[in-house]
Design a protein around this ligand. Structure first.
Ligand SMILES: [Mg+2]
Length: 416
């Protein structure tokens, strides 16, 4: 047992060397890579980390929402941690992103990397370089040639034009130039469609079918998120219709129950859950087991920073899919570079010819760089035993606090 002593949440913002416009948020000029980091400390001196995408400092509420009920719990009892997360998820606060931090602790306690905790071993994993912005075919070919020079042989490019013809122009032109040199995938980012700045395209089944035909004729290997993530009926029909695999599943914050239904209905032929944004390690592992049972494919998504990349890398390494599938790797210089992606780590991942070795260090296999966390991060929330007492007294008063403490103590003793 490793009892939880303290949790802290940081808001981190790493400046990027150049501005870029994410394809999935038209009109948004991004200048920093911003994310939340959770640090969980145990009474026996182990620390675990995880991370989440952010709009701003919204994750400051995590320490108050879940923190009090986590104090004193066993950090290595993942099902119990999930139950705590689920209790506030009913209210709309889905914080499964914190769950990998507890696997980090469990691995460090047992001296094993996460992939070994899941029954696998550290293996070499092929990466699919993931572009982040919009380009025409001339610009895209130039980008891909540079990726090719850097050793990548698989790439996922973005389409997100209002005008369908511009998407077709990019795909056909790029495929013609790069066919035979690289595996080409395309991502339409319709799953998490954002229309808050410039107008974003909204695909329907007809457009998705037409575009899947274009991709199939051009020799692309998969089409990702061509429809909104909850258009289940249309996704089923498209997956049946398409001559190339339809992929998706990176951002389903309700986790296993939804993806289970989507697997059983065959909404996609390639499922791409991300352990940060699709329910945490345990739920993604259950998805992978079901994906195997239904003879479908799992290919890991990752897009945020070195911590999220590490967690997804450990899971695909253990999954048995690493020999045939790839892990997405955001790489789009001059804005999104390896340095930006991995700045939060003490040692950046060593990408050689488009492959990466799964680290054998315990837990998620990485060391978070505390200097970077201090320099680029602000602690926006903290909870520990003392703060929990103050929190409880302020919110519930002495009498109720004592009754609740007694109930928690009895519950823990009854399960020991
Ligand atoms: Mg995607």
């Amino acid at each position: 047992m490793s009892k939880i002593r303290q949790i802290e949440v940081f808001y981190v913002s790493i400046p990027m060397p150049a501005l870029f416009y994410p394809a999935w948020i038209p009109g948004y000029p991004q200048k920093d890579s911003s994310f939340a980091v959770i640090r969980v400390l145990t009474e026996d001196g182990i620390e675990g980390f995880s991370t989440a995408p952010v709009f701003g400092k919204e994750h400051k509420v995590v320490t108050q929402l879940i923190g009090p009920s986590l104090m004193g719990e066993d950090a290595t009892n993942i099902p119990a941690i999930l139950q705590r997360i689920r209790e506030v998820a009913y209210l709309g606060f889905r914080n499964y992103w914190i769950e990998p931090a507890f696997w980090d602790i469990k691995g460090k306690k047992e001296g094993k990397p996460l992939c070994e905790l899941l029954g696998g071993r550290p293996v070499k994993v092929k990466l699919c370089a993931q572009s982040v912005d919009m380009k025409n075919s001339t610009e895209r070919i130039k980008e891909l040639e540079s990726l090719y020079e850097n050793g990548f042989r698989s790439v996922k490019i973005k389409v997100h034009h209002l005008d369908e013809k511009q998407d077709v122009e990019q795909i056909v032109g790029t495929a013609k130039a790069m066919q035979g040199k690289m595996n080409l995938h395309v991502d339409a980012n319709q799953g998490w469609r954002m229309d808050m700045f410039s107008k974003a395209p909204l695909w329907d089944l007809d457009r998705a079918k037409r575009f899947s035909d274009v991709c199939a004729n051009a020799g692309l290997l998969s089409l990702e998120e061509p429809l909104p993530m909850d258009e289940y009926d249309d996704l089923c029909e498209l997956t049946k219709y398409s001559r190339i695999p339809i992929a998706g599943g990176e951002m389903h914050s309700s986790g296993f129950p939804e993806i289970k239904m989507m697997i059983e209905r065959k909404c996609y032929s390639v499922f791409t859950p991300d352990v940060i944004t699709s329910g945490g390690v345990l739920q993604v592992w259950k998805m992978i087991e079901l994906i195997k049972k239904h003879n479908l494919r799992y290919s890991a998504h990752s897009f945020l920073n070195g911590i999220s990349f590490a967690a997804n890398l450990q899971v695909i390494a253990a999954s048995g899919f690493a020999e045939t599938e790839e892990l997405a790797y955001p790489f789009a210089p001059p804005a999104w570079t390896t340095d930006v992606n991995d700045r939060i780590l003490e040692e950046p991942f060593n990408i050689v010819n488009g492959y990466v070795d799964t680290p054998a260090l315990p837990g998620l296999g990485i060391r978070v760089n505390k200097k970077v966390l201090r320099k680029h991060g602000t602690r926006i929330g903290i909870m520990n035993a003392n703060r929990r007492v103050v929190f409880s007294l302020q919110n519930y008063g002495i009498k109720s606090s004592l009754i609740m403490d007694k109930a928690i103590k009895e519950r823990r003793e009854s399960f020991q």
